[in-house]
Ligand binder design. Structure first.
Ligand SMILES: C[S@@+](CC[C@H](N)C(=O)[O-])C[C@H]1O[C@@H](n2cnc3c(N)ncnc32)[C@H](O)[C@@H]1O
Length: 517
């Protein structure tokens, strides 16, 4: 199955044997032909449908969800490429070079690895490389990428990839998946005749935006060799090879084919080799680092991915003028994502920890400043408070949506403490929520404690929907709760615990009613 079926458009400087027509692209991509390609995106596991919905809404494309959870695929014409970067539910983007639904792996490791080597020169690279080039020019030549948290001292020149025993290994946040970035080095740097592939050689990348001319005295400036790395993600236990071996051998063949230079940290191109059981997808990365880091500069011990926050917010369907609360905001990832993406609502972010509150303030200020620098409206509809969730300084029935990420009791708090924490938290959330229309979207890994606490809320919360997600390798649930029409303070379970030292103590609904009478 090929991912690059249709080609229509005008001749682009990079074009290699591509048929042309008169359609041209807009949005600054007008100098290039418009081609249709498949884009792949990694998304938070569990939120694949949310991501597909967003793709349909913002790009008008139908996305398919991979069998390998946490990925979606959709087709675009290249004039829509910049829009792809506006998606908020995706972590990483790549353009598909080729995909195989049922790749026939050989039984022996040697034969399989040999096949992977052969594959490199047979793949239809041309369109994917055009998209990569276009993407790079859209990013306004940001320059070679330094891996944000890469292992230090690895990937240096002077090591022969053929002799490499071990590669750097990153275990991604998935139980069964292994992700390895091959550190492919080659001592021999003399150019070799590329192995014949489509069109009898490697695609023409001389016009690459990164092909800056290197001037050496007395010599004609030549194009600078592109630097690349191969990252292999593998899931499935029936493979005779490791991710490291696949990345190393496939990467070596890519290097031979294109004559690119391998560089683990300062690479121009990242080739992806995704293997999920018998499904194999080869792609080229279009994002340098995961988009989930977009909003946060001051991280905390449990900062949530902005892409996951987006999924949670979307589940709650925010409406104009809604009051949206994150009463355990940590670094503010949820309300900040909301204030950026659904600006017609108002967000309140609170935490009982002063460091968390100051991180949230710093994260908000950073985004405000960025917006000011870009001369877009700096003000975000968000405010921050230090509070104890069990005693919110808020009126009963005043909140439309609560979205929060409760302590799991793993990295923060403890399982034992959750039994004391969850019931009063859910009770206080029920108090401030609007009866009949209020919603809560709650992320927790402590499902047992959560379910028990909900069942003791006197019917004030009704579980509507659950999305099972993966948070840092932990299986967690995102629970969408609906606030029933039940009146708070009428059953023994939901009577609010008194806060003695608080002079302006919140009155119960009954007390208020009496006052009005
Ligand atoms: C899992 S973390 C939230 C992380 C957050 N979503 C982020 O992206 O940074 C849970 C937060 O709940 C806060 N917390 C625990 N008990 C609390 C309470 N009684 N009132 C308010 N906040 C509380 C902790 O200080 C912690 O910041």
């Amino acid at each position: 199955m090929s991912s690059q079926d249709s080609i229509e458009g005008q001749q682009c400087p990079l074009a290699v044997g591509v048929e042309t027509s008169s359609q041209s692209a807009s949005d600054g991509e007008s100098d290039c032909e418009v081609i249709t390609v498949t884009i792949g995106a990694t998304v938070p596991t569990g939120f694949e449908n949310t991501a597909a919905e967003e793709v349909q809404e913002k790009i008008g494309a139908d996305a398919t969800i991979s069998k390998d959870r946490g990925r979606i695929y959709f087709q675009i014409t290249t004039d829509k490429l910049s829009q792809v970067h506006n998606l908020r539910s995706v972590d990483n983007l790549f353009v598909v070079v080729e995909e195989y639904d049922n790749y026939q792996f050989k039984d022996s490791k040697e034969e399989t690895l040999e096949d992977l080597q052969k594959l490199a020169s047979k793949l239809p690279w041309t369109n994917a490389l055009k998209v990569w080039k276009l993407n790079t020019s859209l990013k306004k030549k940001r320059g070679p990428h330094r891996r944000p948290q890469g292992p230090k001292g690895k990937g240096r020149r002077g090591r022969n990839f053929r002799d490499r025993g071990k590669a750097n290994k990153d275990v991604v946040e998935m139980d069964t998946m292994e992700t390895v970035t091959a550190e492919i080095e080659k001592l021999q740097v003399e150019p070799q005749a590329p192995t014949t592939g489509q069109g009898g050689g490697s695609p023409d990348l001389e016009n690459s935006p990164l092909g800056d001319q290197q001037e050496v005295e007395g010599q004609e400036p030549g194009p600078k060799a592109l630097k690349f790395r191969v990252t292999c993600s593998r899931a499935g236990d029936k493979h005779s090879f490791s991710s490291n071996e696949a990345a190393r051998d496939f990467g070596g063949a890519v290097q031979d084919f294109f004559q690119w230079k391998a560089d683990m940290t300062k690479f121009d191109i990242e080739v992806l080799l995704n293997i999920h059981n018998v499904e194999v997808v080869i792609g080229i990365a279009l994002t340098e680092e995961s988009l989930h880091r977009r909003n946060i500069t001051h991280f905390g011990p449990t900062t949530l991915r902005s892409t996951l926050c987006y999924g949670m917010l979307r589940l709650s369907k925010p409406q104009a003028s809604d009051v949206i609360l994150d009463p355990m905001c940590g670094t503010g990832a949820i309300p900040l994502e909301g204030a950026i993406e659904w600006q017609q609502a108002f967000y309140l972010a609170g935490d009982n920890n002063d460091m968390a509150v100051s991180r949230t303030v710093n994260n908000i200020c950073h985004i405000q400043k960025k917006r000011l620098d870009k001369s877009s409206t700096p003000g975000l509809p968000i405010d921050t408070v230090q509070w104890d969730l069990c005693h919110l300084p808020m009126r009963t029935n005043s909140v439309d949506i609560i979205i929060t990420d409760m302590p799991f009791g793993k990295r923060m708090g403890s399982r034992k403490k959750n039994w004391d924490l969850y019931p009063p938290c859910l009770r206080e959330m029920a108090r401030v929520s609007r009866p009949g229309s209020g919603k809560a979207v709650i992320l927790t890994q402590d499902k047992k404690c959560f379910q028990k606490a909900i069942s003791r809320m006197g019917g004030l919360w009704r579980k509507h929907h659950t999305v099972w997600v993966n948070v840092g390798g932990l299986h967690a649930g995102v629970f969408l709760l609906k606030r029933t029409a039940g009146i708070f303070g009428q059953t023994p379970e939901d009577v609010r615990e008194p806060l003695e030292e608080q002079p302006g103590k919140e009155k119960t609904a009954e007390e208020r009613e009496k006052e009005v009478k």
